[in-house]
Every structure is written in C-alpha cells, then in structure tokens.
Design a protein around this ligand. Sequence first.
Ligand SMILES: NC(=O)c1ccc[n+]([C@@H]2O[C@H](COP(=O)([O-])OP(=O)(O)OC[C@H]3O[C@@H](n4cnc5c(N)ncnc54)[C@H](OP(=O)(O)O)[C@@H]3O)[C@@H](O)[C@H]2O)c1
Length: 251
Amino acid sequence: MSRLARRTALITGSTSGIGRAIAERFAAEGADVIVSGRRADLGAEVAAAIGGRARFLPVDLAAGREAIEEFAARAGDVDILVNNAAYLVGGRSTADTPEDVVDAALATNVKAPYLLTAALAPKMLARGSGAIVNIGSINALTGMPGSALYSASKAALHALTAAWAAEFGPHGVRVNTIAPGPTDVEWSTPIRPYLERIVATVPSRRLSSPAEIASAAVFLASDEAAHIHGATLAVDGGLTAVTAHGAARAA
Ligand SMILES: NC(=O)c1ccc[n+]([C@@H]2O[C@H](COP(=O)([O-])OP(=O)(O)OC[C@H]3O[C@@H](n4cnc5c(N)ncnc54)[C@H](OP(=O)(O)O)[C@@H]3O)[C@@H](O)[C@H]2O)c1
C-alpha cells in the first residue's frame, strides 16, 4: 500500500522499539522517512535496513532549543511528525526520584516535543496540511505505582494533543495521540516476569507489538483519518477499558 506516498515523515526516537517499527511501516507505505535518535550506529542501521526512503539525523532532544531548532532545520519540510522519543522512567517511588531524573524526563518527554512541534508546525500550517502523532501512554490514563513522573510527562503530551488540535486543526494540521499499552520491545526482556502479571489482566492476554502501534500511526497519519483530530487511540489489547476490574483480579 502507499497511503503515505509523497510525504516526508520525521519519527523521533526511531533507533529502536516502537519508533523503529513506525519508520519501517511509514517507508513501506511510501513515505520518505527521517530516522532520529542519539545512537548513531543504530540510526544508521535502521536507515540502511529501510533503504533509499530513509535517512538518519542524529539529535539529543534533551539538549534544548538550539539543538532542536538546528535539527528541525536539517530535517527541512516535514509533512508528518511523530513525537515518539521518550525518557523511560519506571519503578521509582516519588520520594526516591532525583531532581536530575525529573529534569531529564520533562526535557525529553514534554519540552522536546513542544519545541520540535513549534519548529516544524509553522511550515505545515503555511501549506495547510500535515499530521502530528504523539506517542503517549496508557500510563497517562490510569494510575500506577512507581510511574508518577513518567505518567505526568505523558499526560502533558496528551494535553498538548488536545491543545494543538484546537490550535492547528483549523489550518489543516491534524494532531492525535496513540496510547500504547505494555509493548514487546527490546527493553521488555529483563522485566518479562512483571509484564506477564500485567498480561494476565489484558483482555487480549498479550503485550502489544511495535508493529501494531505502527499500524495505528499509519492510520492516524494518513488521509483515512482525515476527520480525526485530537483523539487518543489506545493500542493496549483493551487494558484501559477494564483497568479497575483487571487490577482487582491481579491483586
Ligand atoms: N514499550 C512500551 O511498553 C511502551 C508503552 C507505552 C508507551 N510507550 C512509548 O513508546 C515510545 C517508544 O518507546 P519504546 O518502548 O519503543 O522504547 P525505546 O526502544 O527505548 O525507544 C525510545 C527512543 O527514544 C529515543 N530517545 C530517548 N531519549 C532521547 C533523546 N534525549 N534524544 C533523542 N532521542 C531520544 C531513543 O533513541 P536513542 O537512545 O538513540 O537516543 C529511542 O529510539 C515512548 O514514547 C514510550 O513512552 C512505550
């Protein structure tokens, strides 16, 4: 299929995991993709695996406005922006979270998508078309111990989706959120026993796959979602729909 033909898509955090799957699927749908992240070796590998439709642009999104604006300038005209990169903080109680971790999480998960969108959206607005997909989390929707900082940062991204839908929608730029549930990525392996306990409460009885998140991203970025603005699409096997019930069963 070529639902994203003639579009240039920038996917932050596409050196691994969900972002990599999104970059691969977008390219398969005809988009020219910009792969990004800090790990240049992996970025080059992802771009090479995709082939001619991909290029890698390194960036540290936590490095502030100047670095982000320079990155946006190197990216050039972007039709689709996927704000996917994140600082993944898990399993830390609120009292035991150091200030530098708070700063890093907010810099990567809130400030960076804010500044990158600020840098790229004006050209989309001038063209009268564009799509932004924010990768949030079901943690923004339901409480979970050890996840206060990460959840708050993702809730901010969900809030940005709604605000940007209001701000950009009248000018032809759609903004939506995907809220993945627990997803089977590289870093999941060491915490598999913990994830298996969550899986027992998921209606689908399994983790999400990166490819399934990518399918949702293709849909939201494509014209098939032309009248979808400001939505949150949970790709979680039904977990958020049954959270209270599921949590009670898991206890
Ligand atoms: N996996 C899950 O269960 C799950 C569930 C819900 C939501 N999510 C969300 O899905 C998204 C992808 O996560 P993932 O699970 O696929 O994890 P991942 O494989 O660790 O991906 C995170 C990506 O973010 C990039 N990144 C992190 N800090 C960065 C920085 N300062 N500058 C530039 N890039 C940076 C990393 O690239 P470099 O290291 O190369 O910089 C990496 O490509 C995140 O937004 C996460 O919150 C994941």
